[in-house]
Write a protein of this length. Structure first.
Length: 63
């Protein structure tokens, strides 16, 4: 996992060289989260916050 707290301690970091060591689902989750943020910034002004929240909640799979 990305546990690179060395940035806050002022120590050198490995950058993106160790990205492949992370499980693929973490990378996919990051892309999906970015999509949700970008999508919400486009949709909320068009349909309103209440309708957006309804869409997000009803779109969740509870199986």
């Amino acid at each position: 996992m990305l546990r690179d707290y060395r940035v806050f301690l002022g120590q050198p970091t490995s950058g993106f060289r160790e990205v492949h060591a992370n499980p693929p689902f973490l990378l996919i989750a990051g892309v999906m989260s970015a999509g949700l943020i970008i999508g919400s910034s486009v949709l909320i002004p068009r349909i309103g916050l209440g309708a957006f929240v309804v869409l997000v909640v009803t779109g969740q799979d509870h199986s």
